[in-house]
Design a protein around this ligand. Structure first.
Ligand SMILES: [Mn+2]
Length: 435
């Protein structure tokens, strides 16, 4: 008992002596004044947080479910696509968006100046927001493709960016200057619904594809007697499918960082890749073509800087030492430093959309891969902001005005006839967590 009482008495004495200390009193008065002052807003008092605090939106950006919030306008949206059931080896990229968001927490508008680019992309002309995730099913890839296509249409088409207020078109025509998205995958198959939507807005798209793999394989290349239309859609064939759908430009496309083994005993995979219309830069080219700057120069020779470009970054373009958390690792890839350097060199291109995909946190408890993913997203956003608002010449206004997106009625027809009622019943009873 004595041993407890004595320290308590001692502590009381210490507190009394602190309270009577004039410096302490002065500090306390300052704190009180902060709360009482008319000048200080709640934002001033409580608006700052340390990187490890708060809800984990990407880079602490303002966040909203953009699919639900149609009135929200913005210039660049970060959108999660937690879909990984079109993988051919290790799944897990459905946790990519949440992992990347977590590892983006040391990014913020306050500490966001990109020293390589000379701008802070979060404190510039563009309104950048975190749009949440597309709620895509893990049960049915055919339905998932429809959901993702409908979601991107609803996100991009008929939604003006903030910059449209300066546009010469009337309000009714303010379809112009659609917002741009940096998508967080998800497996690489999400590229197909993205290109479908961008093609409607911009026409044929040049694709710069950072990947250790081709992803231009026709579905017939996969080692199974059994197939269906749904199984044709996977993370190794989506660029081949995009070509069949006429979404990709006839030239100006290239793979960067290739090093996968190819099928059979000859160059058939590469011949097929030629038909899809891609140039190939291998990971080894960094050793023989003038280093990373030589590769950057080569990319810029191939891509037409006046036409729309999409940048797709499969995180497996990095060496497994830089990105172990991915589905199909290949030895001998770039360091993250080299990938960042290459992305920085693409800032003069007309980037109409971008992604970082195949980040699979379950295989990387040290979070190295998702950290690289967050940095890639930051560099892609930086590029879009540094280049400025979308050039009007990149899209045809008549074409834009004629685009019809999937409306709510079309989407409702995708629903199972009985499912809606059952879901609503459970939702009423248990809320969203009921199912
Ligand atoms: Mn890929």
């Amino acid at each position: 008992m004595v041993s407890i009482v004595v320290p308590l008495l001692a502590m009381t004495t210490v507190l009394q002596s602190v309270a009577s200390n004039p410096i302490y009193n002065q500090h306390e008065q300052q704190v009180q004044a902060q709360f009482q002052s008319q000048k200080e807003s709640l934002q001033d008092v409580w608006g700052q947080a340390w990187p490890f605090q708060g809800i984990e939106s990407f880079a602490h950006l303002p966040h909203s479910q953009c699919l639900l919030n149609r009135s929200l306008d913005f210039d660049i949206g970060v959108i999660g696509v937690p879909f990984d059931t079109a993988t051919t080896y290790r799944p897990g990229a459905r946790f990519g968006p949440s992992g990347i968001r977590r590892s983006s927490q040391r990014q913020s508008s306050m500490r966001g100046f990109n020293f390589r680019a000379g701008i802070n992309p979060y404190e510039n002309w563009a309104k950048v927001v975190d749009c949440g995730d597309i709620p895509v099913t893990p049960m049915d890839n055919g339905l998932a493709l429809k959901q993702m296509t409908a979601a991107y249409e609803n996100l991009i088409i008929n939604r003006p960016s903030t910059n449209s207020t300066n546009h010469t078109l009337t309000d009714e025509q303010s379809l112009a200057k659609p917002p741009r998205f940096v998508s967080l995958g998800g497996d690489h198959s999400i590229l197909l619904p993205i290109l479908r939507t961008l093609h409607k807005v911009y026409g044929e798209i040049q694709v710069i594809h950072f990947d250790s793999h081709l992803d231009t394989w026709s579905p017939s290349k996969f080692p199974s007697f059994w197939s269906s239309n749904t199984s044709d859609f996977n993370h190794g064939s989506m660029i081949w499918l995009a070509k069949q759908e006429g979404l990709i430009a006839p030239s100006g496309n290239l793979h960067v960082g290739l090093r996968t083994r190819i099928a059979g005993t000859d160059w058939d995979d590469y011949d097929e890749d030629d038909e899809v219309g891609f140039e190939r830069i291998h990971a080894d080219d960094i050793l023989t073509r003038g280093g990373v700057q030589g590769i950057a120069n080569h990319i810029l020779e191939i891509v037409d800087a006046d036409k729309p470009v999409y940048i797709s970054v499969d995180i497996d373009v990095l060496d497994p030492s830089s990105a172990p958390g991915t589905g199909t690792m290949e030895c001998g890839g770039f360091l993250s430093r080299e990938l960042i350097y290459l992305l920085r060199k693409l800032e003069d291109l007309n980037i109409v959309g971008a992604d970082v995909v195949e980040v699979s946190p379950p295989y990387d408890p040290l979070e190295i891969t998702q950290l690289a993913g967050a940095q890639v997203a930051y560099e892609l956003i930086t590029n879009m902001v540094k280049k400025g608002p979308i050039n009007d010449k990149l899209f045809n206004e008549e074409r834009l005005a004629s685009i019809e997106t999937m409306n709510v009625k079309d989407i409702a027809e995708l629903k199972h006839p009985n499912k809606g009622n059952v879901f609503k019943k459970y939702q009423r009873q248990y809320g969203r967590g009921g199912l």
